[in-house]
Design a protein around this ligand. Structure first.
Ligand SMILES: *Cc1c(COP(=O)(O)O)cnc(C)c1O
Length: 376
């Protein structure tokens, strides 16, 4: 990495492929993977990730039309599904580009079909309370969908709000979904059924799944603290030390003066801040970065562009040194889940919160082929 790049992530293509292969082994043959690459592939770089995963991906899942367009040729000709609803003004381009639209009603499907033949994912709300058709009205809606000439129902799906916790509720949801999916199959014999996100995949039980929809698992992060699937985190986040100083005893550090040195203290300023997605909520929470393989506590508040860390445990720190924010350094490792816990949020939020100033590079030896001129 060039000496002047302040903060960047390294993305490991081998790890992505390892994680995809692990999902494949869980679900067995004869089922497809809908690889979720929305939000710039959870901060990993949408196009880079799509290229690394296309070989065993049936469908790429993105949130919206602009993400789908951005994926473009990196999707390797795989189908692209829009997981969130479209605005009316987006329907024409969705149809023209052949994206699979997620719809909650026959009327919504018909509105797409006004622009030409369309494939849709018919979503059923079995307990998420977000998009989807009310489970009670699924039957009549399916009959109406079957009457629409230009609509092909590619798949029928539902979403699980608590597959990582409430297994009773999840089982109930899956049963309701299976019943609806069975009647959908009478109207649309080849329709694909999908309901399992990462936490759902960890629950197992793939009999009724023609596709699974992993996001977080592909990036090598467990969706629950209780499960430890043998995955490899695909992303390391780094930033450079930009200045080192020894603060005298009694010096206060950062805004609000929440921290004061009790003795002389060697410190380093690391060039990352909340504008880069390093959570401001980590202030005063015992967060660390790794410098030369040593945990260095963050002192005082996280600022927009910089953090101050305690380098007592490590000698010879100088400007330009690399600090690891997420990832391995020697024997020490910091995970996205650990950062999320300390910040009072979830790893999805940490990864998708990576800021625009964070550069993307392939991990050394990660087998990720992409042009250095390409933005991820
Ligand atoms: C984001 C998303 C997923 C992936 O969720 P993970 O928990 O990251 O696996 C799956 N399905 C839908 C509909 C989504 O929006």
């Amino acid at each position: 990495m060039e000496d002047t790049v302040r903060t960047w992530v390294e993305v490991d293509g081998e790890a992505l492929r390892h994680n995809l292969a692990w999902v494949r082994r869980q679900i067995g043959p004869g089922r497809g993977i809908l690889a979720v690459v929305k939000a710039n592939a959870y901060g990993h770089g949408g196009r880079l990730v799509a290229r690394a995963l296309a070989h065993d991906t049936a469908v790429f899942g993105v949130a919206n039309v602009s993400e789908a367009i951005e994926l473009g040729d990196a999707a390797g000709g795989r189908d692209i599904m829009l997981l969130s609803p479209c605005f009316p003004a987006e329907r024409r381009v969705a149809v023209e580009r052949g994206f699979i639209a997620t719809v909650s009603s026959a009327d919504e499907a018909a509105a797409f079909a006004g622009f030409g033949p369309v494939r849709v994912n018919f979503k059923i709300d079995t307990g998420m309370g977000r998009a989807g058709c009310n489970a009670q009205s699924a039957g009549p809606e399916l009959a109406r969908l079957a009457g629409l000439d230009s609509v092909r129902v590619h798949s029928i799906s539902t979403h699980l709000p608590c597959a990582d916790g409430d297994s009773g509720f999840t089982r109930h949801q899956l049963e309701a979904f299976q019943e609806i999916a069975a009647s959908a199959r009478q109207f649309f014999p080849g329709v694909l059924r999908h309901s399992l996100n990462s936490a759902g995949i960890l629950l197992g039980g793939f009999d009724q799944a023609d596709l699974v929809r992993p996001g977080l698992l592909l990036y090598g992060v467990s969706p629950t603290p209780d499960a430890h699937p043998p995955l490899r985190p695909a992303l390391s986040w780094k930033a450079r030390v930009v200045l080192t100083r020894v603060l005298p005893a009694g010096s206060s550090v950062s805004y609000g003066r929440d921290f004061t040195t009790s003795s002389e203290l060697p410190t380093a300023i690391v060039s990352v801040g909340y504008a880069d997605g390093f959570p401001r909520q980590l202030s005063g929470r015992g967060a660390c970065v790794l410098i030369r393989g040593v945990r260095c506590p963050v002192l005082g508040r996280v600022t927009m562009d910089q953090i101050v860390v305690d380098t007592r445990g490590v000698s010879g720190v100088e400007s330009g040194d690399v600090a690891v924010l997420i990832g391995q350094d020697g024997k020490e490792c910091l995970t996205a889940n650990e950062m999320a816990d300390r910040a009072g949020t979830i790893s999805w939020d940490i990864l998708t919160g990576l800021g625009r100033r964070v550069a993307h590079v392939p991990s050394p030896g990660g087998g990720m082929a992409f042009a250095s001129t390409e933005s991820p």
